[in-house]
Design a protein around this ligand. Sequence first.
Ligand code: ADQ
Length: 489
Amino acid sequence: MWDRESLEKLVRQELEDCLFVVVSNREPFVHSFSGKEVSYTPPVGGLTTALDPAMRASGGTWVAWGSGDADREVVDAQNRVRVPPEDPRYTLKRVWLTDDEVNGFYFGFSNEGLWPLCHVSYTLPSFDESQWKTYQKVNQLFADAVLEEIGNRKAFINIQDYHLALVSRMIKSKRPDAVTAQFWHIPWPNPEAFRICPWQEEVLDGLLGNDIMGFHVQHFCNNFLETVGLAIESRIDYERSAVTRGGRTTLVRPFPISVDFDGIDRESADPEVAREMEALRTEYGLTDELVGLGVDRVDYTKGIPERFRALDKLLEKYPQFRQRLVFFELGEISRIHIGKYQEINDEVDRLVEALNRKHGTPDKPLIHYLKGRVPPARLNAFRRLAHFCVVSSLHDGMNLVAKEFPAARGDNDGVLILSRFTGAARELDDAVLVNPYAVDDFAEKIKLALEMPRPERERRMKGMRATVRENNIYTWAASIISEMVKLKV
Ligand code: ADQ
């Protein structure tokens, strides 16, 4: 079983004589002004948790977009700063983007094009030539920053996500000896869905610049191989799950991402979480209510309206749950500059209001919709209070919420209701699986969760916890790095 220490050891032993580089759009540390003082935000999110130990052990370089308003204040002439700021162990090299570049590259081609293209959730992607040009230009900026850093050194480069599809090919054109692995955090759709991208060949060719191409699950690897087979000239070896193009081979592998099980398990047992639970009970007047929980970035792929329609159906069919059931939706507003995100936000607001009018009272609403990022102790308190947690994505690469819920349930209680269309559903077969489009069945599954006897809840929760404990975030990082190391010459 991998943990922080064994991951550090792997990196120290195997990558001692080379430079380890991570490339991602988001940076692990953001510097900003508070008045005239510069402060920094500690990293949030799984990616930094996973890669931070590898970065510390290797003393490598992380290349990312400098998005903080004080980021320029703290860098040297090569745009670098040593991090973590309180105990510098590795280098963060910042890439600067103009507002137009952020709009075309990040909001535009990445999030109005590739994001809906790869999620089969019936939101149409839009493709704009000038956004695509900006995407190419920005990918080149990232590749140039990496090339500047590696100089003549032997380098192992780990590239993150769909924002940077062209970076590996750009690096390899100058440094064919560098080893690159890219991880695609979202689904890869079937070839028919992908081929509507007007630049599918360029995107695929960019990704095949990698020695290793990683997805969450085998199904996405298969879709990728099929897309490559139909779209561009190459030789595919399905046995080895490999593509050869222009004499170079890309291995296509599943690396299911996960969460820091031990960290969440420990934090959720902290007395501060028990205090937060008490505070929540008082704040929301909770006595013996049945508590449901949703935690999402508010995104049209997450199936939030579908979840609310299932709650509506449940209460229509089974009025005995009216006023006994209370649902907390913790929604972090996201990508709000994009029209489709404004629409989903409006729809969620409207549904909350309508269902609270229909099934709740002013004192006792059915849904508490809490917008914003909830701090960790409070989030763990919600997880511990919940009788059930719903993840109802229409399509999702993995979904970390589904793994965080069991990690926080050291009491072995609580039911996870999980969409079949998440990567997580392939591992968490002790969850209650649902098709979020099938509203009647979804409502029945919520009833099943509400009425599930304690021994069954415990059996299922223990099963999910064992899965996430073993296949944790360090396993994910170590698996990718181990594959890269095999390519060392
Ligand atoms: P996301 O689409 O962002 O990630 P997800 O995997 O669920 O989705 O991660 C969201 C994270 O944000 C979770 O850690 C969750 O706890 C946190 N979060 C959400 N709302 C919050 C709130 N209101 N307050 C506090 N925290 C909140 C993409 C892919 C996923 C894939 C990940 C990682 O879409 O499929 O699992 O990358 O690869």
